[in-house]
Design a protein around this ligand. Structure first.
Ligand code: DGY
Length: 327
């Protein structure tokens, strides 16, 4: 007589997954996921209830808010977000419901820092404009004074939020001979500072930074941290990079500063209402735009998906989660 197969745990994945992650989800779980579309809020609740699912896999575009948490069927024990940021999660409501929520720290640090630094370089050296010019076959005679960007090496970079990604950006900046300042709630132990100097006062950091790169979480206290007033503290011709969360910047004020030429340029991977974004950015030649692709490499997205599956497996095996949002 053959051994009876153990029933597999039931999982609903609301986002399309990279092929390797989807294959593993299907092999290890009784999984609901689609290769050609995402699953919306109502449909996901119906699927979770209809299947008696124990786990949900989601990501930063999907709000795990109080209303959604209240509507979850009792069967759901763990929700794994495929992101390090968790501003889309109502932590208080999840805790109160006894839901375990996990994220994916560490695995996306390097690629997100690479993208932030790419945006810094692209904005400083006017790569989007150069690329457009080539495609339009508009490379004509030019004087030595045309098409000049901003030198990167030797300049001062101010990093706001010196967590894993901020520190990885500081390491990259060191390779470009930049001076690095950082602002965070407290100074890091010197071994973690990556040669950067802590500046307790945000205004002072802004006054001293020719480049500023945001790497802090979006919280009520950090929303619109760069606004009309704080942007005005940057030296003329400064460059702003945001690969963290769109809500950290008051976009109307940023657009104004870019239009007026008070800022030389910006590199943006995130937007306040994404995937919609302020169309006025399109008309600004001095902005490098990207559609939230900081973690978007094959290797990193696979690692993030696998980390979600590992977290779910741990919780459903009654072990502690690997990356709980709280403990
Ligand atoms: C993250 O992991 O938080 C990235 O921004 C992707 O959402």
């Amino acid at each position: 007589m053959g051994a009876t197969a153990m029933p597999r745990h039931r999982l609903v994945c609301v986002r399309r997954l990279p092929p390797a992650v989807a294959a593993r989800a299907r092999a290890e779980y009784d999984a609901v996921l689609f290769d050609d579309r995402d699953i919306g809020r109502e449909e996901s609740l119906e699927l979770l209830a209809g299947r008696g699912a124990e786990a949900l896999l989601f990501s930063s575009g999907f709000a795990l808010d109080a209303a959604y948490i209240a509507a979850l069927p009792d069967s759901v024990r763990v929700a794994a977000t495929c992101s390090v940021g968790f501003d889309h999660v109502d932590v208080v409501a999840a805790k109160a419901r006894g839901l375990v929520v996990t994220n994916t720290p560490d695995v996306l640090t390097g690629c997100t820092a690479d993208l932030a630094f790419s945006l810094l370089l692209a904005a400083a050296r006017r790569l989007p404009e150069a690329d457009r010019m080539m495609r339009q076959d508009a490379w004509g005679p030019r004087s030595m004074g045309d098409f000049l960007g901003t030198r990167v090496w030797g300049k001062t970079l101010g990093i706001i939020g010196m967590g894993r990604i901020g520190r990885a950006v500081a390491r990259r900046a060191r390779g470009f001979d930049m001076r690095v300042l950082y602002h965070d709630v407290a100074p890091l132990p010197p071994a973690l500072e990556e040669g950067a100097h802590h500046v307790p006062d945000l205004a002072e950091l802004l006054r001293r930074s020719q480049f500023v790169s945001l790497h802090c979480p979006l919280l009520p206290s950090t929303r619109h941290l760069l606004n009309r007033e704080t942007l005005a503290l940057l030296p003329p011709g400064a460059i702003v990079v945001n690969a963290a969360r769109g809500g950290l910047i008051e976009e109307a004020a940023l657009i104004e500063a870019l239009r007026e030429g008070r800022l030389a340029a910006a590199g943006l991977d995130v937007f306040e209402g994404e995937p919609r974004f302020d169309r006025r950015f399109i008309d600004l030649p001095n902005v490098a735009l990207a559609p939230h692709i900081g973690s978007g490499t094959v290797e990193t997205r696979d690692a993030m998906g696998f980390r979600c599956l590992d977290n779910i497996a741990a919780v459903l095996a009654d072990h502690p989660a690997i990356d709980p949002l709280w403990s």
